[in-house]
Design a protein around this ligand. Structure first.
Ligand code: ATP
Length: 446
């Protein structure tokens, strides 16, 4: 069995194989310079002798186990990497998996390809095919239901299931009135055109608006949105069960866009109790008597996107930036009303359009546009004073949304966005830029 130890795993290998891990008092944390002493080794083949690596260790390996060839050292770790091709054992003291380790990906690749002799046979095409086969075997001739948000996860999951069992699948898209401009249409026409899926759009705009009337507290808003979402979805599910199911082919399965990181986060359990626990929209109730189909369980987001492209999911959906389930409802500070939603929707559409036109979509993780609806600021338009609302632009860059920095959007792009919003959305007379990182700020304002 080929083994690759990283960081503490590296030290655990040393302990197990008879080397020495010592408390030297010379810990290393963060970016560290490693001297590669053997650039012809399996892990470091062809790489520079000096490379930046990301460290996080207090103890150090002072003596390698017998038979190990030491291939790198750092100031605080005399033995910072080793390998033994005969036994197929490899290790590094640092974290090759983080991007701060400049050659980390190459090291991992060398271990997998050369050390473990694995072929690179992952292609979006054959993964898609395999997933389609699995779903087909799993659901047989039963009917399947999918809650489709318009986001990439549920869309790609639905596309796989659709490819597998065709019209046994019905998708439900809940229009809660908190969607952005064009989103419902994107699901309604683009996605359906591309996949031919059976789609029900459940119009719950009135239901959400009246439930949110007069509410300003952010937590209460989220709770109401979550609750109403469940109600709407349950109602839609009942309709599907009645309309589409029959005794021979009951609606038995619910598609979830669970990804591998979600599986890891939730401890890797199985079954209905495990319905996406971080579900922003509130979490589907356990008593929905469905079994889960989770075709994306073993994939990361970038892989999901590749599979999506392979299955002809529209690019606008595949590359869509993350968008919270409660939607524009948590981007209006203050009460959510139809008028305010309309203002925000128009401003948001302009910001998105201009960021796309500037080619910034893939550099920016997401750009919430926030309406400070309870604030009025003085302005001048034409020959009169105005008391409009400020709009906040919150473009952020991030790897994983755990931490984020504000994106340095070029000034001229910001100027265009600001100019267009204040001209085209009369109710807004001021555009401000949020320059806070996360932490301490969060990405969304509420
Ligand atoms: N408006 C909606 N209509 C139908 N289903 C929805 C809607 N909003 C969210 N969902 C369902 O809830 C799940 C979780 O929503 P969340 O906002 O957390 O998105 P997510 O985990 O990023 O997934 P996605 O990329 O599919 O939006 C979605 O995958 C989808 O199944």
């Amino acid at each position: 069995m080929p083994v690759f130890g990283m960081c503490y795993g590296f030290q655990a290998m040393v302990q197990a194989l008879g080397g020495t891990v010592a408390h030297t008092g010379l810990g290393e944390y963060g970016s560290t310079q490693a001297d590669v002493t053997d650039t012809g080794s399996t892990l470091f083949n062809g790489q520079p002798e000096s490379q930046s690596v990301w460290m996080s260790h207090g103890d150090s390996v002072t003596e390698a186990p017998d038979g190990m060839r030491v291939t790198a050292s750092t100031p605080g770790a005399p033995v910072a990497a080793f390998e033994d091709d005969d036994r197929r054992l490899y290790g590094v003291q640092w974290h090759p998996e983080v991007m701060h380790s400049t050659f980390g990906q190459r090291v991992l690749e060398n271990f997998l390809r050369k050390g473990a002799s694995l072929e690179s046979e992952w292609t979006a095409g054959n993964v898609a095919e395999e997933l389609v086969e699995q779903v087909r075997a799993q659901v047989g001739s039963d009917r399947v239901l999918c809650a489709l948000s318009g986001g990439v996860d549920s869309a790609v999951a639905a596309a796989i299931v659709q490819r597998a069992v065709g019209d046994q699948l019905t998708c439900v898209h809940v229009d809660h009135g908190l969607l952005r401009a064009g989103e419902r249409e994107q699901v309604e026409s683009d996605f359906v055109d591309a996949t031919g899926v059976d789609l029900i759009v459940y119009d719950a705009r009135e239901q959400f608006l009246s439930a949110l009337a007069g509410v300003t507290d952010p937590e209460t808003k989220r709770k109401i949105i979550g609750r109403e979402f469940i109600r709407a979805f349950e109602q839609a599910a009942r309709d599907v069960v009645e309309d589409r199911g029959d005794d021979e082919h009951p609606v038995r399965w619910l598609v979830q866009g669970t990804l591998y990181p979600d599986v890891v986060e939730s401890g890797g359990g199985e079954g209905a109790a495990n319905i996406k626990s971080h579900h922003n929209v509130g979490g589907l109730p356990d008593d929905l008597q469905f079994q889960l189909v989770e075709p994306l369980r073993s994939l990361f987001k970038d892989e999901v996107r590749q599979v999506g492209l392979e299955l002809d999911v529209p690019e606008a959906i595949v590359w869509r930036q993350p968008f919270p389930g409660p939607g524009l409802g948590i981007r209006i500070i203050g009460e959510v009303t139809a008028d305010r939603l309309d203002i925000l929707r128009r401003a948001d559409a302009i910001a998105r359009e201009e960021l796309t036109a500037a080619g910034l979509d893939r550099d920016i993780w997401q750009c919430p546009v926030v309406l400070l609806a309870d604030v009025r600021s003085v302005g001048v338009q034409g020959d009169g004073r105005t008391y409009g609302h400020p709009i906040v632009l919150r473009p952020v860059s991030s790897e994983d949304a755990m931490t984020a920095d504000w994106s340095r959007v070029p000034y001229d792009v910001l100027a265009t966005i600001s100019g267009r919003i204040t001209n085209e959305v009369r109710e807004v007379n001021r555009v401000v830029l949020d320059v806070t990182s996360k932490p301490p700020g969060t990405i969304e304002w509420e």
